[in-house]
Design a protein around this ligand. Structure first.
Ligand SMILES: *[C@@H]1O[C@H](CO)[C@@H](O)[C@H](O)[C@H]1NC(C)=O
Ligand SMILES: CC(=O)N[C@H]1CO[C@H](CO)[C@@H](O)[C@@H]1O
Ligand SMILES: [Zn+2]
Length: 372
């Protein structure tokens, strides 16, 4: 008995020691290696920055870079299964039908692809938008300046750079509402294709999501839209490096106790042979996802559904920090763009009706959800 108790005690102390970074971890960190996870239950592993892009991103293997994540609750959430409700204390009740068509439809009618085409041209002309390269930083500067001039028409709107440990910032645009509760739409603006230096126009992945948000913002800003809730547009850096930008933003929102009613991430909005918006169902909040489907169906017609796996995009960061998140994409996996993460993910392959559809959905969602 005694021996067993002693063993148990020993085991407990070994466990608690294991939670503290080992000398090897410290050495790996010092050598610039990054700790990544590719599944909820598998052990994380140390790899180089270049390996992340060459061996994972380029092969469509989803991963989360957890090197800088210190919140044990978030780390636990990143080890939860795709349908596990990690933070159960949430109290958002979403409507089962849309009700703001009278306000949303006139705004939707103002959506066009004229400016998105020009923004997409600029974004895809950067050699790449790798978050550690000068190009990635330049793209961030262009995006920030363009957003500032886009919202100048309404002084209530703010544009903020959220800086990271890498050069490329995330950028957050805020349309204040009557309440500080937040409804967030997001997309990442970095891109890679095969290596850290390769040409990566990243048109569908994910400049398409970026221009969709910009066009929705243009329409809402021009018309001085103000909702009950505060609307935020998030443009993340470092997504291709393992969801780095979104992880830092949502860690900040968690530690500062922000109330977030919904996060809808849109990556890839410009390639859709099916002509239907696809709403993904793994690693998301199921109640919010049901609501997103209600809105998308009411405003754009029938939708499709699929799963995209662990670490697939930035909604995973919102979810692991305890915020309700959904993921909307242009197509199901099987018929998705064949050009992803290659030099061929070019402007010429973009299907503009898909961009239009996603922008209309985004405007509709923001108007409807601003009353949550
Ligand atoms: C916001 O507050 C103003 C002033 O009380 C009110 O007139 C307006 O209807 C409110 N807007 C929404 C969307 O609740
Ligand atoms: C990972 C990444 O490259 N960004 C996202 C762009 O959108 C697609 C949509 O499925 C995601 O797979 C990517 O994760
Ligand atoms: Zn990608």
């Amino acid at each position: 008995m005694k021996t067993q108790a002693l063993l148990a005690l020993l085991a407990a102390s070994i466990c608690s020691v294991a939670a503290v970074p080992s000398p090897q971890d410290a050495a790996n960190r010092k050598a610039g290696l990054r700790l990544i996870k590719t599944s909820p239950k598998g052990a994380p592993k140390w790899i180089s920055e270049e390996e992340k892009i060459v061996q994972y991103a380029a092969h469509e293997i989803g991963f989360v870079d957890i090197t800088d994540i210190t919140d044990s609750q978030v780390l636990r959430a990143l080890s939860a299964d795709e349908d596990e409700d990690v933070f159960q204390a949430r109290a958002v009740t979403y409507p089962t039908a849309v009700s703001k068509q009278a306000q949303a439809n006139p705004l939707i009618n103002l959506v066009s692809t004229t400016q998105p085409q020009s923004w997409m041209t600029t974004l895809t002309n950067y050699h790449n938008r790798y978050y550690r390269a000068t190009y990635g930083t330049q793209a961030g500067t262009w995006l920030y300046n363009t957003l500032v001039s886009l919202v100048a028409v309404n002084p209530a709107i703010t544009v903020t750079r959220f800086t990271h440990s890498f050069n490329q910032p995330s950028i957050i645009v805020k349309i204040p509402g009557n309440s500080t509760d937040l409804v967030i739409v997001s997309a990442h603006y970095d891109s890679t294709a095969g290596s850290t230096t390769a040409r990566a126009p990243g048109a569908d992945d994910n400049a398409s999501g970026v221009v969709v948000l910009m066009e929705a913002l243009r329409v809402l800003a021009n018309n001085k839209f103000k909702g009950k809730d505060t609307l935020e547009f998030h443009f993340y850096g470092g997504e291709e490096g393992g969801l780095l930008g979104s992880a830092a933003v949502f860690a900040n929102y968690k530690s500062t106790g922000k109330t977030v009613l919904a996060v809808v991430n849109q990556d890839m909005a410009g390639y859709s042979p099916s002509g239907k918006i696809s709403i993904y169902t793994d690693y998301v909040d199921s109640a919010l996802t049901a609501y997103v489907r209600v809105v998308a169906t009411a405003y754009t017609g029938t939708t499709t559904a699929d799963k995209c796996g662990y670490g697939c995009s930035d909604h995973a960061s919102a979810r692991s920090n305890g915020f309700p998140a959904a993921y909307v994409c242009d197509e199901v996996m099987k018929t998705a763009t064949p050009y992803i993460h290659t030099a061929n993910d070019a402007l010429s392959t973009i299907m503009w009706p898909a961009i239009l559809r996603h922008t209309k959905f985004t405007v509709a969602f923001l108007v409807e959800a601003s009353y949550l």
